[in-house]
Design a binder for this molecule. Structure first.
Ligand code: ADP
Ligand code: ZN
Ligand code: ZN
Length: 658
């Protein structure tokens, strides 16, 4: 593909701005400003200074209108070209945002610093070969020779998917093609980064939100120019531009962090698929627990399916035990205690998962059972030692109340166990062991995470306790025991994907255990050991679970058998929110009868999280067999609906129904 940056001079520029208005705006280029397409500028827009993305330069000055001058130029060189405008148009059409909003997500926002020139690439790529096993090699060969662009490696944990990704990356780079390697979490990117750096050296950049804006911009530029040929990063790295894209890898493709949670709510996996198709690049998705949608697509041949069913070397899958908790106050069962002791006496390590995700621990009145809720969000607040009560949705905090606000009772109970409390309990249970905690609170301090991971590798930690963060892709060879403190948390969430999410979480966590020479043991503690998923978990039968879940999805007509759009209506006044939701639903139903017979409208209803940050929330769920029709329907319905009192969020293919 060729592209040319328009170097043509001109006196006006078409500029996209990160605002909901879906078009470009024309500004005048000041005399002395030397501006090119592909640079960012500062412009005045509705009385505010905003970043603009120049998409064209010309002399077509509109008549009778006084154009505003561009305020200043941010870049002194080209950092993008028309290809990203095309990609932003795709995002805008698929997820119903403006092109400017899409560009706001796609492009870095830093400013160039007069940075030290980087050492030019070290090319030790040729001499780094990876010895693939026969199984890995045959998958690699099939991917390389396949007519299909998109591939799914459905490989159990520890089977060596990473080795296949790396071999494919080496191949692409050696042919002069760029590679984007997506990972779900920044913490994981550091581990992959270390492995990739050994092979690619200075040819590798990272791209994620823990870099400063200016670092991001500097790395963006190196990749854009081809000074670095491989990029490892999180979600937004899917937009990275380069001379010629050869390969996109989406590791742990099932992970919900690939979905952006503000407008445009894009899924990096879908963007990656689109780029593969349009830029003639190979796409490799990989997971031990592929999302139901992806596996379904693979089974129908939209994506080519490759299975890796054995662990690398002599590695065996761990043995999974389901252990019943006697009551909700039991934290460490005797089985878990025994295996932990055994492992650590043996010089091994344990990881404990607490899937507290927002719903525990809460504070309850012992007399009337009222929970302490966030006044702005209508959900239980969480208790944090030393900080009091905290709302995990809006950040509101308060002291632990002395009395129940409903009945006045002084019997205030802290129920359920957060990671802090569990840490305390296991420290008492195992006073001699070195116990550390990894969760969002500790991860906020950047170095803590890297330090903890490093300590894990050096076996300076006996038990690592954490939230779902610790389940993602880590390769610690000393871990032989994985404990799930309470598997029930999350299973009953009002979300059609709740079971899928918990199943893959538990299976991923199990996969952290037994990656070294010794056999691993997974203890899943639960109040309800009869739950269907435990049968499949015990057998580590993801495919069996998938088939069962697929039946249910078919029955209730949810993805992958239909596409979904979710409209959230939010605002400060509950009355206007519920009224607007009603009106919008009536409009939509009329539209269905008139024109869109393939669409189903469900709702409106208060969202499961019916209030966040002082905003009431209602939602409408839309189903459609064909995505094009669904998107067109949403666009038509929303465009004709005007309301000043409420804000409308559009989520195409939502991953979260709360
Ligand atoms: P996955 O990504 O599938 O969970 P990894 O790629 O992390 O698995 O592989 C698990 C472990 O096996 C790693 O320690 C990795 O270095 C090792 N391994 C896998 N394949 C090979 C190979 N072909 N040669 C050497 N080591 C390998
Ligand atoms: Zn009470
Ligand atoms: Zn809140």
């Amino acid at each position: 593909m060729t592209y040319n940056n328009s170097f043509s001079a001109g006196s006006a520029a078409d500029i996209y701005i990160n605002t909901p208005v879906n078009r470009s705006f024309t500004y005048k280029i000041p005399e002395q400003m030397n501006l090119l397409t592909g640079m960012r500028v500062v412009v005045n827009f509705s009385g505010r200074e905003m970043t603009g993305f120049v998409s064209a330069i010309h002399n077509n000055l509109p008549e009778g209108i006084e154009l505003k001058d561009i305020v200043s130029r941010i870049d002194d060189e080209i950092i993008y070209d028309e290809r990203i405008i095309r990609l932003a148009e795709y995002v805008s059409e698929s997820y119903l945002s403006s092109v400017g909003e899409a560009l706001g997500k796609a492009l870095p926002s830093g400013e160039s610093s007069r940075s030290r020139p980087r050492a030019s690439r070290v090319s030790h790529i040729e001499n780094s070969r990876i010895d693939l096993t026969d199984k890995q090699k045959s998958i690699y060969d099939r991917i390389m020779s396949s007519g299909k662009k998109s591939h799914l490696i459905f490989g159990i944990t520890g089977s060596g998917k990473t080795e296949i990704y790396m071999s494919a990356a080496i191949d692409a780079v050696s042919k002069g093609l760029s590679v984007i390697y997506l990972v779900p979490e920044i913490t994981l990117s550091s581990q992959i980064h270390a492995r990739l750096y050994k092979v690619f050296g200075e040819n590798l950049i990272v791209y994620h939100s823990q870099l400063t804006q200016n670092q991001r911009l500097a790395n963006w530029k190196r990749f854009y120019k081809g000074d670095a040929m491989i990029a490892v990063g999180t979600r937004s790295a899917v937009f990275l531009q380069c001379p010629k894209l050869g390969l996109i890898i989406v590791d742990e493709e099932h992970d919900s962090s690939y979905k952006e949670q503000s407008t445009p709510r894009y899924n990096a996996r879908r963007i990656a698929f689109y780029r593969g198709e349009t830029e003639n690049a190979t796409l490799i998705l990989g997971s031990a627990t592929p999302s139901i949608e992806t596996l379904y697509a693979a089974e129908r041949g939209v994506i080519e399916l490759h299975k890796l069913e054995e662990r690398y070397g002599d590695g065996k899958l761990p043995v999974i035990e389901i252990v019943k908790l006697q009551n909700s106050n039991e934290e460490i069962t005797p089985r878990l205690k025994m295996y932990t002791n055994r492992a650590i006496k043996d010089g091994k390590q344990a990881v404990y998962l607490l899937n507290r995700r927002g719903f525990a621990p809460f504070v309850l009145c012992g007399d009337c059972g009222c929970a302490v809720e966030c006044p702005d969000c209508s959900i239980g607040m969480n208790y944090h030692r030393g900080k009091g009560m905290l709302c995990h949705y809006c950040g509101y905090s308060s002291d632990v109340p002395l009395n129940c606000s409903a009945c006045g009772s002084e019997s205030i109970l802290k129920l359920g166990s957060g990671t802090q409390k569990i840490e305390e309990i296991i420290s008492k249970e195992f006073p001699d062991y070195r116990i550390f905690r990894l969760d969002q609170d500790s991860a906020r301090k950047k170095d803590t995470v890297y330090d903890l991971l490093d300590m894990m590798h050096k076996r300076e930690i006996d038990i690592l306790l954490g939230t779902q963060m610790i389940s993602k892709g880590f390769d610690f060879h000393g871990v032989t025991v994985a404990g799930i403190i309470m598997a029930d948390i999350g299973l009953n969430m009002p979300d059609f994907r709740a079971t899928e999410k918990i199943f893959s979480l538990l299976m991923q966590l199990s996969g952290r255990s037994g990656r070294g020479e010794s056999e691993g043991r997974v203890i899943i503690q639960t109040l309800n050991e009869e739950h269907l998923i435990f049968d499949y978990l015990k057998r580590q039968d993801y495919l069996g679970f998938y088939r069962e879940e697929l039946k249910i999805r078919k029955l209730i007509n949810y993805p992958p058998f239909t596409r979904i759009a979710r409209i959230v209506i939010r605002g400060k006044s509950e009355e206007s929110v519920s009224q607007s939701a009603e009106l919008l639903t009536i409009d939509m139903k009329r539209l269905v009868t008139e024109q869109y017979s393939g669409i189903m409208v469900l709702g409106p209803s208060p969202a499961p999280l019916s209030k966040i940050g002082g905003n009431y929330r209602y939602h409408i769920i839309l189903k459609g067999k064909r995505l094009n029709e669904l998107t067109a329907f949403v666009k038509t319905a929303i465009d004709s609906f005007k309301s000043k009192a409420v804000y409308i969020e559009i989520d195409i293919d939502p991953v979260d129904m709360l």
